[in-house]
Design a protein around this ligand. Structure first.
Ligand code: ADP
Length: 492
């Protein structure tokens, strides 16, 4: 099959979060299975160029219509970890992708509308006919709309679209002008069953457009698929998702088993695996030395997270303070975009600065994250909502017991140690339901109690987590099944 992946991110060249890991992991797995895969990204000025092999300008001066006129684009080609990638570089006066960031600009809808249009022009003008374009999140929601409204009539009529929702919290809301920008008929498209936002009659909702026009829609866990159709997690799109429920499903993400492997991880002072679990203790020692924590017979609670309201910040704070009270150590590695949340954790950092059992590191640090996973005993993940979540899967692969709220992908991957309805081998952590300090404590106290009083049982729980298969192999097969179902079959 010939698959084009459209996304704002692809790790490690352009990663802001889990979306980048997703595109990288899935593209690699599909290519490994023998399919022709091309990832097409904007050519941001902040691309990590050292991660691209053989970058060259391969398609200069592609003319892209925009409003009544247009702009020229250069396309660059290169390989990222063996994946064929294209990078779109519009020569527009707005300088769309020379902002030093991937997304988060006030004109993001215009930036990604230009990208969507340029991507389709590229396919059209170079005679490419992918079986499937795999679009991701709101940034690419207008691609299936443009494909069916404009490009099908120009000959792109054998290409189908699978659209994956990674986070309903961002839908790309924008004014009607965006449709004029793209040469689309606003009168026809601004209807309740097409692109009109359910909450605001004058707002275009690109994510809704993607859902309506795509041939298949997926999200990143079965539980989140149910939540976005049935609860407020749908953020206004519940009705649209229910109406298109026949083509909608949840597929749990994988994690990159090469990058996240405690037996080969270059960031660790001591390699270890299920057969050599006691060696994990050397990493705990190393982390304690690095962060100035006391050497003591105490469990280590860890948090590695973006510090965003979605992640349950009050409960993160509560878990740290409560864990310390119960005789544990606590480490947090967290990155905040919101200055108020940054300040919130700076206060906690000051309050705990003199405590030899606690360390808060504010910022993004890939190497430190690896060491924390290797050192920790318990990982706390109290998310308000969590489409899939990678942290709990990485934690389990490193023999860390997750304490997680039972939402979204967390509910699909973390199974309570005390759940008598499950075989013991499937239990791997502790879960709680309510978004309250009491509910969190009930799960965290059980985990700490097990560590202190039943170490052999705790060890078994670690091993259960390490034995889970959260690689990309199964999800890649599930995506391929969907692609095979929607593609145009050869008549021969
Ligand atoms: P999201 O995509 O919502 O941020 P996920 O759990 O899907 O959450 O993915 C988070 C990924 O980012 C994990 O690989 C985690 O280790 C990493 N991560 C999160 N915060 C940090 C940080 N401050 N420093 C280093 N890595 C981080």
């Amino acid at each position: 099959m010939y698959i084009v992946m459209a996304s704002a991110e692809c790790a490690p060249v352009a990663k802001a979060g889990g979306l980048g890991d997703f595109v990288h992991g899935l593209a690699r797995e599909l290519a490994r299975a023998g399919h022709r895969v091309e990832v097409i990204l904007p050519k941001y000025d902040c691309l990590r160029l050292e991660a691209i092999v053989g970058l060259e300008k391969a398609c200069p001066d592609l003319w892209v219509p925009f409003y009544d006129q247009g702009f020229a684009c250069d396309l660059y080609r290169g390989q990222v970890d063996g994946i064929d990638c294209w990078f779109i570089d519009p020569q527009a006066p707005q300088d769309f992708f020379n902002r030093g960031v991937i997304h988060g600009e006030p004109d993001d809808p215009d930036r990604f509308a230009s990208y969507a249009r340029a991507l389709l022009e590229f396919l059209h003008q170079t005679g490419r006919h992918p079986d499937v374009i795999h679009c991701n999140d709101w940034h690419t929601g207008l691609i299936p709309v443009l494909l069916y409204e404009t490009y099908q009539a120009l000959g792109l009529n054998r290409t189908r679209v699978c659209y994956t929702l990674h986070n309903l919290g961002h839908q790309g809301w924008v004014g009607e002008y965006i449709l004029h920008q793209l040469g689309l008929d606003a009168r026809r498209l601004m209807t309740a069953d097409r692109l009109r936002d359910p909450g605001n009659p004058h707002t275009v909702n690109p994510m809704k457009g993607g859902i309506v026009y795509a041939n298949a829609v997926t999200t990143v866990s079965p539980r989140y698929a149910w939540e976005v159709q049935s609860t407020a997690q749908g953020m206004g799109l519940q009705e649209t998702l229910r109406r298109h429920g026949h083509k909608f499903s949840g597929i749990l993400n994988g994690i990159d088993y090469a990058a996240w492997n405690p037996l080969t991880d270059q960031h660790l002072p001591q390699a270890y695996g299920p057969e050599s679990l006691p060696d994990k203790a050397r990493n705990k020692q190393a982390l304690r030395q690095r962060l100035g924590l006391a050497e003591a017979a105490k469990p280590l609670i860890a948090v590695v997270s973006r510090l965003d309201a979605q992640k349950g910040v009050e409960l993160i704070r509560h878990a740290i303070l409560h864990g310390l009270e119960r005789g544990a150590q606590a480490v947090l590695l967290g990155s905040a975009q919101d200055p108020l949340l940054e300040a919130y954790f700076r206060v906690l950092q000051r309050e705990t600065a003199a405590n030899p059992d606690c360390h808060l590191e504010l910022g993004y640090d890939e190497a430190l994250a690896h060491l924390i996973y290797a050192a920790a005993d318990i990982m706390v993940i109290p998310s308000v909502y969590e489409p899939c979540g990678l942290t709990q899967m990485i934690a389990m692969r490193y023999g860390v017991v997750p304490v997680a709220r039972r939402v979204g992908g967390l509910a699909d991957t973390v199974f309570d140690a005390n759940d008598a309805g499950l075989p013991f081998a499937e239990r791997n952590g502790y879960v709680f339901d309510d978004l309250t300090p009491e509910a969190l404590e009930s799960a965290l106290d059980r985990a700490l109690g097990l560590w202190f009083d039943y170490p052999e049982y705790f060890r078994q729980l670690r091993l259960n987590g390490m034995a889970m298969d959260n690689s990309w192999a199964r999800p890649a097969r599930q995506y391929l099944d969907i692609f095979a179902r929607i593609r145009v079959q050869d008549s021969a």
